[in-house]
Design a binder for this molecule. Structure first.
Ligand code: ADP
Length: 326
């Protein structure tokens, strides 16, 4: 039975991503617009278990749409993996008369929300906040576009210095299971090669192609590697140093800068749309789904069916990489 929703709560959980603030703002403002009370829970499920929550007003989210990070902070919470932990979480929600929960996070956070909603009568809505874009059922995740643009800016700068010294740069970008950041930033910076976990890395082919480039004096090369590729940045660097000692090869790991910074226009836009629709879902009784955008339309995927997007990099994309880097 649908119940009347009067008070909702929002939290950010797991790996943070730029644009989470824009999503929080959208949830709070939409909730208030529709006459709901909105609570913010600090530090994800950890803060829920510790009853670290407060009532939010429209002005609590003023001037945050452009800010990276998350004003609600994020955390990982071991206790929430256990039924006892989730019971505690439910009791806190019940005690505070919260009727619905919006969880902004990755697929792990969605699993937590799914388990909670299965065990207790508390509708949960997920918003995909992850820089990796590794969730099936949505063309965008909050933070991906910003992370790609941060990587692009960094790689452009590295290419300037690579060019000045005729160097080969191996640049490792984030993406433990998914190569989307590597693929998008690599294509956009004209990388000569892109290594991603979704494809087997042919190291011999890379060595051969670098030897051939060395012969024709094409010494400036950029190889973008996703951290989850079977070689990763360090191993590839070692291999190239060993096999091609005459090349001036450098390794640069971009790391956490990819998580921070002011969100791009696209991330602010999708976070605003998703946040708005998350509240609508609660009001309309469309419970326990995550809000995605597919072909520019809202796509509601049951939390039950959340799956990591895996191995779905189209061959066409790799053909583009190969063709444009010759
Ligand atoms: P992300 O949401 O970025 O994928 P995690 O996988 O670390 O990050 O998940 C964030 C938090 O969600 C975990 O610390 C835990 O509290 C909760 N969580 C993840 N998976 C589950 C699960 N299977 N059951 C209950 N809670 C979970």
């Amino acid at each position: 039975m649908e119940k009347k929703i009067k008070r909702i709560a929002v939290l950010t959980s797991g790996g943070d991503s730029p644009g989470m603030n824009a999503a929080i703002r959208a949830v709070v403002r939409t909730g208030i617009y529709y006459g709901l009370e909105v609570y913010g829970i600090m530090r994800g499920y950890q803060g829920l278990l510790e009853e670290d929550l407060f009532k939010m007003e429209s002005r609590s989210v003023a001037n945050i749409i452009q800010r990276g990070g998350t004003i609600l902070k994020s955390a990982r919470c071991k206790e929430f993996y256990t039924p006892e932990g989730r019971k505690k979480g439910y009791e806190v929600l019940k005690k505070n008369e919260i009727d619905g929960l919006v969880v902004i996070g990755g697929d792990g956070s969605f699993k937590g929300a799914l388990n909670l909603s299965k065990e207790y009568d508390i509708p949960c809505i997920g918003l995909a906040g992850t820089i990796d874009k590794d969730i099936a059922g949505t063309d965008f995740t909050i933070g991906f576009d910003t992370a790609v643009n941060t990587a692009i800016e960094a790689i452009d700068k590295i290419r300037d210095t690579a060019d000045a010294h005729d160097r080969l740069f191996i640049i490792e970008v984030m993406g433990r299971d998914a190569g989307y950041i590597a693929l998008h930033s690599g294509i956009a910076t004209g990388a000569e090669n892109i290594l991603i976990p979704e494809r087997k890395t042919d190291a011999e082919a890379i060595i051969t192609s670098l030897q051939e480039k060395e012969r024709r004096k094409k010494l400036v090369n950029i190889i973008v590697v996703a951290e989850g590729d079977e070689y990763g940045g360090i191993e590839l660097y070692r291999l190239i140093k060993e096999r091609l000692p005459n090349l001036d090869t450098r390794l640069c790991t971009l790391g956490h800068i990819q998580r921070g910074g002011s969100p791009t226009g696209l991330d602010r836009l999708i976070a605003s749309r998703m946040g708005y629709h998350a509240v609508e879902c609660l009001l309309e009784g469309r419970y326990n789904v995550f809000v995605g955008i597919l072909n520019n339309r809202m796509n509601y995927v049951p939390l039950e069916q959340v799956a990591k997007r895996k191995g779905r990099i189209a061959e066409e994309w790799m053909k583009v990489v190969e063709t444009l880097s010759t």
